[in-house]
Structures are given as structure tokens and as C-alpha cells.
Design a protein around this ligand. Structure first.
Ligand SMILES: [Zn+2]
Length: 394
């Protein structure tokens, strides 16, 4: 595919680089890159890939823009708040470069749909913030033989690694024993806004190198970045012959939804029930009018709880939950006295991550058989149920 006159002008600074030149720029124009997650990492990554002239740029996300995203997700403007991320992103990226095709995939990736979502792309970039999804994407890329650029951010630290099929270690080789439930997401742990800017730009660089075939990839090397000390470090990661997905005798032959090494068993996880804010609201109204009680346990830190909480909720910070199981069990027995059914236990936090851990703890501790997680947490509650509700910062 040859470049038009406008494209020659637009990409003049690439064309001047002998390593890229007209050949490299045409490769970019013919390339199909999929970025998963229109968040902190996906924002700079898609902006730079669009600017660089990647011919088909796919973007997967199923969320809407939240005001708290704007601190780092530079794809979005204030006016985009509560709009779909993929549609706001498509508008922004097409405005930046009308010569490329931006494809929005407004889906939640699952074991069932991931192979189809990835199949048509040459390079996959993982900008998600959930460890379980990261393993799902890794496994799908290994199975399909697609190169993958992974990155992750946490507070002030970032890490990145590139997987080249058949050549380098995959994400699972690097982290065979990750425990999803121990890694809080951005909303729970906080993140320096500019950090994903650095890591997302590194991902875009790797994607461009994969497409154009230039330079030395971040393959078999885990790069870490510490914003506080302003230090980069790297660790060699060898392929594991016993890797469950890319090893000699793989046991993962088709994508799986959950990490097999997660702390709770699949049987325990299946016992966790989920409620959206609207469902919980209906349930609370019903609880007030009927004899079926409900116990709301807010597992945020006490300073967060103090700044605004649901009226019926009690505060047990996640770190104290294990030690206070007996206290909660007593409350449940008390509430059940004279009634036919035991109360439902609903765990609540800011964005739904800590409360999910609490659900797992509650099952392990035998507190309740079927804990309920408020999905999306109080942020979703204030968005969907009570617009006046103020959610304290972490
Ligand atoms: Zn592997």
C-alpha cells in the first residue's frame, strides 16, 4: 500500500528515519493493532498508535468515562464523562488521524469471546487493570500465536514485557503464581496519574517495533519503572518448559476465565453472588418492608467510611475482617433471631475490588455460604442510584 501525498506530509518525521522510512510507514498503514482497555495505559498508547498511522486500530472496553478517570486517561475530556469509553475514544482518535480506521469493540472479554476478538489483529496490547483478564489475554495470544505487549501499573510503579510467539517467555512464564485477589485495582490502591502515560507510551513503542520489525524488543525482559526514584530496572525472564500455556506439555489449550492459582477454589468463587447498585437498592427496599434482613458490611478504611456511607451499613475495614469474623457471626445470629431465614451479607467498598476479596474471606471463614458483592462499589452506587452520594477518596 503506497502512501498518499497527505500521508507523506503527516508522517514526514517517520519517513526521515532510515529505520522506518516509506517501508516502515507502509507496514504501519497495513497493520492491525488491538488495544485492550481504554484506560490509563490505553489512552496514551492508542493516541500514539493513531498518530503513528496504524491502519486499523481496535479498542476493547465496555465501561463509561468517570470523572475520576480524567486524572490519567488523557484520551477523554470533561465533556465525555458518563459517555461510553469506546465511542468517546473513537471520536478522539479519528479526529487526531482521519486516515486510519478505528474499530470499537464494546465488549467484556471472556473465555468465550476472546479468540474471536483477537483473531483479526497482528499485535495485541494489554492495558487492562485486572490480573485475571491479563492471564486470559496472555493465554489467548499464546494459543493464537499473536505477539502481545503487556503492562501493569500500581501506585508509583509500572512494569512491561513483550511476548513474541515461539521466541520469548509469556506472561504466565513470568508470573506463574500470581494471586488475583491480592492485587487491588487502581481505584482501590491509587495511582500516580502520569505513571500510565510512561508505561502506555512504552507499549506503543513496542507495538510500533513489532509492526515495523526494527530494534530490540522487550522480549524475555521484564522492565520495571519506579516513578518515585525515577529508576528503570530489568529482569531476564526465561521461557518455562513447564508453563501451563506455552510450555512443552501445556494444560491450557483453550482460554479460561479465572486464574487457576487464585487463592479460593473455583467452587468457592462460584458461591459469591453479585449485585449491581440498582439490584441492591431494590433488595434494601424489600428488606425494609419484609422480614428478610440484610447485613451491609462496608470494608473500606474508617476514614473513607467516615466521609459518607450507606445508612444501614457497618464498617469493618478489609484488614480487620478476618479478626472480626466472630463479631459478624454474632450480628448475623442476632438478626436471624425469630426469623425464618438468615440475613444476606453484602460486602461494599469504593469500586468493588476490596469487597470481592471480602466475599472470598467470608466464604473461607465460613461466615456465610453465599456472600453478595456490590459490583462497581459505591462509585457505581453514586452513579446509578444516588447521585448525591459522595464517595471519599482512598
Ligand atoms: Zn509461558
Amino acid at each position: 500500500m503506497t502512501l498518499t501525498a497527505t500521508e507523506k506530509q503527516r508522517y514526514a518525521r517517520h519517513l526521515s528515519l532510515p529505520e522506518i522510512g516509506a517501508t516502515g510507514q507502509s507496514r504501519l498503514k497495513n497493520a492491525k493493532v488491538l488495544v485492550i482497555g481504554a484506560g490509563g495505559l490505553g489512552s496514551p498508547c492508542t493516541l500514539y498508535l493513531a498518530a503513528a498511522g496504524v491502519g486499523r486500530l481496535g479498542l476493547v472496553d465496555h465501561d463509561v468515562v468517570d470523572l475520576s478517570n480524567l486524572q490519567r486517561q488523557v484520551l477523554f475530556a470533561n465533556e465525555d464523562v458518563s459517555l461510553s469509553k469506546t465511542s468517546a475514544a473513537t471520536k478522539r482518535l479519528s479526529a487526531l488521524n482521519p486516515d486510519i480506521e478505528v474499530v470499537a469493540h464494546e465488549i467484556k472479554l471472556t473465555a468465550e469471546n476472546i479468540l474471536d476478538a483477537l483473531r483479526d489483529y497482528d499485535v495485541v496490547v494489554d492495558g487492562t487493570d485486572r490480573v485475571a483478564t491479563r492471564y486470559l489475554i496472555n493465554d489467548a495470544c499464546v494459543i493464537l500465536g499473536k505477539p502481545l505487549v503487556s503492562a501493569a501499573i500500581h501506585r508509583f510503579e509500572g512494569q512491561a514485557i513483550t511476548y513474541v510467539p515461539g521466541r520469548s517467555a509469556c506472561y504466565r512464564c513470568s508470573f506463574p503464581n500470581a494471586k488475583d485477589s491480592h492485587v487491588p485495582n487502581c481505584a482501590d490502591a491509587g495511582v500516580l496519574g502520569v505513571l500510565p502515560g510512561v508505561m502506555g507510551a512504552i507499549q506503543a513503542t513496542e507495538a510500533i517495533k513489532l509492526v515495523t520489525g526494527i530494534g530490540e524488543l522487550l522480549a524475555g525482559r521484564l522492565l520495571t519503572y519506579d516513578a518515585l526514584t525515577m529508576r528503570f530496572a530489568e529482569f531476564t525472564v526465561a521461557r518455562r518448559t513447564d508453563c501451563a500455556v506455552c510450555g512443552e506439555n501445556p494444560t491450557i489449550l483453550t482460554p479460561e476465565d479465572a486464574t487457576p492459582t487464585s487463592r479460593t477454589t473455583a467452587a468457592q468463587r462460584s458461591l459469591i453472588s453479585h449485585a449491581t447498585p440498582r439490584q441492591l437498592n431494590l433488595r434494601l427496599v424489600a428488606a425494609r418492608e419484609s422480614s428478610t434482613p440484610i447485613l451491609l458490611v462496608d470494608v473500606r478504611e474508617s476514614h473513607e467510611y467516615g466521609k459518607g456511607s450507606l445508612p444501614e451499613s457497618i464498617n469493618v475495614p478489609i484488614g480487620e475482617l478476618q479478626a472480626r469474623t466472630a463479631e459478624l457471626a454474632n450480628k448475623l445470629t442476632e438478626a436471624a433471631r425469630g426469623r425464618t431465614s438468615r440475613p444476606d451479607v453484602v460486602f461494599i467498598c469504593r469500586s468493588g475490588g476490596r469487597s470481592l476479596q471480602a466475599c472470598e474471606l467470608a466464604v473461607s471463614a465460613g461466615l456465610t455460604a453465599v456472600p453478595i458483592n456490590l459490583d462497581g462499589g459505591l462509585l457505581a452506587w453514586s452513579r446509578d442510584v444516588d447521585h448525591e452520594f459522595v464517595v471519599a477518596a482512598v
